[in-house]
Design a protein around this ligand. Structure first.
Ligand code: XBP
Ligand code: MG
Length: 259
């Protein structure tokens, strides 16, 4: 690799297809167990995703439906703890799939000696077993979760913590994200971004991402390319070589701006 030393991956919606048929279902089961009438349909959950962090999402929703602060402060941590247990069980039962092409890219990066890490707003209790099941936890040199960074995306804290933990520089790092909030978080840490949109984020602008595809792509099913600012892609498969070219192009653009 000419430039690339580190790739930091988002988890929800990026490495794993976890929101619509994963977290949403677990939230709804927790509502039911608590005797609450609330159920989040796919559209409602898509709207609520604008607020990152499961507890913050619950607060936003319950406040919209008129539940007062004291009641929310009591209810939200308990609801979220149960939702987390339910989601861990789904992850361990193999009900939360990896996105196609992820293992191929992670293996390419490992073969090229590139360090990989994770920066997520999600909760460590499910992040660790889910990553371990699909990819083997030991391949990630750092796993920064919402438990480590109270200020969730789009704040840069998870990325800054991952860079710090790895001793990595933004100029030799690339982030892989799926959403506006994630792209903004990585860019606020000055890390260039390749975005892989999904059903929920297909209509987001993903402004600030130098590369946007609608998936990682596989040789059999290449992804659709939505943006390729520096011309680093070679078709609809996001490869380690393309991320390396992105890192080089980003460095050149910084030197051109600050000669
Ligand atoms: C992910 C999140 C998380 C998950 C649910 O955002 O916002 O809250 O939806 O997980 P990103 P928790 O992909 O940008 O990191 O319930 O554990 O928060
Ligand atoms: Mg995400």
């Amino acid at each position: 690799m000419a430039a690339l030393r580190t790739v930091i991956f988002d988890v929800d919606g990026t490495l794993v297809d976890s929101e619509r048929d994963g977290h949403r279902v677990a939230f709804n089961q927790a509502f039911a167990e608590f005797g609450l009438p609330d159920r989040w349909d796919e559209e409602t959950y898509g709207r609520l995703l604008a607020m990152t962090g499961g507890q913050r999402r619950l607060h936003t929703y319950l406040s919209e439906r008129g539940v007062g602060t004291a009641e929310r402060d009591d209810l939200v941590p308990r609801l979220h703890a149960r939702k987390t247990e339910l989601f861990v069980a789904m992850a361990e039962a193999g009900e939360v799939p990896a996105r196609p092409g992820t293992l191929r890219l992670l293996d390419e990066l490992a073969a090229a000696g590139v360090t990989v890490a994770v920066a997520t707003t999600g909760t460590r209790a499910w992040v660790a077993p889910l990553l371990d099941r699909h990819f083997g936890l030991s391949r990630f040199a750092a796993v920064v979760t919402g438990d480590d960074c109270p200020r969730r995306k789009p704040e840069p804290d998870a990325y800054l913590a991952a860079l710090r933990a790895l001793g990595a520089e933004p100029g030799t790092t690339v982030a892989v994200e799926d959403s506006d909030n994630g792209v903004q978080a990585a860019r606020a840490a000055n890390v260039p971004v390749a975005a892989v949109s999904n059903d929920y984020t297909a209509t987001q602008e993903l402004d600030g991402a130098a590369v946007v595809l609608d998936g990682f792509g596989t040789p059999e099913r290449p992804a659709a390319v939505r943006r390729d600012t520096y011309g680093v892609l070679d078709g609809g498969v996001l490869t380690a070589a393309a991320l390396d070219r992105l890192s080089s192009a980003f460095r050149r653009s910084i030197s051109a701006a600050h000669p």
